[in-house]
Ligand binder design. Structure first.
Ligand SMILES: [Zn+2]
Ligand SMILES: [Zn+2]
Length: 299
C-alpha cells in the first residue's frame, strides 16, 4: 500500500511561519492499494488539496471513487468536506463510514456543517453520489481493501473509531483522537481496573503487527500531565503502543496546533534517541504534509 499525508495537525488548522515544515492542515490521509483503489482517512482541511490532486488524475482516467473512513465528526476531522471539489462533480462516488453514537446521523452532520448559517451551498445539493454508514466494531470490505474498526477512548469510551486497513498483504492502523485507558485507573475500583486493563490489551491486539501505525501524538509528557482526560495521546504513549504491538513503522499525527516545527523536531530527536538507547527496531517517520510512504520500501 501507499500512503500520502495531506493534513497532520490536530484540533484546528494552524498555518504560520512556525508550522511550515510539518504543516497546518487537519487530518487527511490518502491510502492506495496496488490496484490504485482509494481510501481517504478523515476529512480535515487537508482534503482540499487532495481533491485537486484527484481531479488532475481523473482527467486521464475516469470518475473518482473512494471510501472515506471518518474517525469521528469533531470539526478538525470533517471541515474539509465543503472544499473537496470532487463532491461537486456528477458521477463521482463516495462511501462515507463513521462511528455510531452521534446525536445526528453522519449525513445530517455534513448537511448541518453546510447549513446556510455556515456556508453558501448545501451538502444535499452536491451532484456526486454519496452513501453513508455508521458502525461500531466490525469488518468492512471496499474493493480490494479489508477494514476493521475499533472503538477508541476520546474523552469517553466511544464515539471515535480507529481503522485497520489491510491490502497487498500489508496493514495500516489509524488511531487518532485516542487516549490510553490508564487514565481510568485513578478513579476506579480494582475490579474495574482489571476490565480497563483488558480493554488496553484488546487495543494492542487491534494494533498488533501493523506495518504502519499512524497514531495520535498531540502532547509531550509535560503537556499531557496538564491535559489528562482530554482524549489525546502523548508521544510516549504512541511509542509504547507501537513497541507492545510489534509495529514496524510509526507515524505520529494530530500535533498540537501550538507546537512549532522547532519544538516537534526536538521531540522527534528525543524519541529516536530513546529508541536507539533501548535497542528497539521500531522506525519512526513523523507525518508531515506531503509525506508519501510506500510500504513495499519497508519490508
Ligand atoms: Zn481531532
Ligand atoms: Zn476529536
Amino acid at each position: 500500500m501507499r500512503v500520502k499525508f495531506w493534513g497532520v495537525r490536530g484540533s484546528i488548522p494552524a498555518p504560520s511561519k512556525h508550522t511550515v515544515k510539518y504543516g497546518g492542515n487537519t487530518a487527511a490521509i490518502e491510502v492506495r492499494n496496488n490496484n490504485d483503489d482509494l481510501i481517504i482517512i478523515d476529512a480535515g482541511t487537508g482534503i482540499r488539496l487532495l481533491g485537486y490532486s484527484l481531479l488532475k488524475e481523473a482527467k486521464e482516467k475516469k470518475n473518482i471513487e473512494a471510501m472515506f473512513l471518518i474517525s469521528h465528526t469533531h470539526w478538525d476531522h470533517i471541515q474539509g468536506i465543503p472544499f473537496f471539489v470532487p463532491l461537486y462533480i456528477p458521477n463521482n462516488n463516495f462511501e462515507f463510514v463513521g462511528p455510531q453514537g452521534t446525536k445526528r446521523t453522519l449525513e445530517e452532520i455534513f448537511e448541518l456543517q453546510m447549513d446556510h448559517d455556515y456556508f453558501p451551498l448545501n451538502f444535499s445539493g452536491l451532484p456526486s453520489k454519496t452513501t453513508f454508514s455508521q458502525v461500531l466494531e466490525t469488518t468492512l470490505k471496499y474493493k480490494n481493501f479489508k477494514i476493521e474498526t475499533k472503538i477508541l477512548n476520546h474523552g469517553n469510551l466511544g464515539g471515535v473509531l480507529g481503522y485497520k486497513i489491510e491490502a497487498d498483504n500489508q496493514s495500516i492502523v489509524y488511531s487518532s483522537d485516542h487516549e490510553g485507558y490508564e487514565i481510568f485507573f485513578e478513579t476506579h475500583s480494582e475490579k474495574t481496573i482489571n476490565i480497563i486493563k483488558k480493554t488496553e490489551e484488546k487495543y494492542h491486539t487491534f494494533v498488533n503487527n501493523a506495518d504502519l501505525l499512524i497514531h495520535d501524538a498531540q502532547y509531550d509528557e509535560e503537556d499531557y500531565k496538564k491535559k489528562r482526560g482530554w482524549g489525546h495521546s502523548s508521544f510516549d504513549y504512541a511509542i509504547n503502543t507501537a513497541l507492545s504491538s510489534n509495529v514496524k513503522l510509526l507515524s505520529f499525527i494530530h500535533y498540537d496546533p501550538d507546537y512549532s516545527d522547532e519544538k516537534l523536531d526536538k521531540i522527534f530527536e528525543e524519541c529516536n534517541l530513546k529508541l536507539k538507547n533501548e535497542n528497539h527496531n521500531l522506525k519512526i517517520i513523523p507525518a508531515y504534509e506531503g509525506l508519501e510512504l510506500n510500504l513495499d520500501d519497508y519490508k
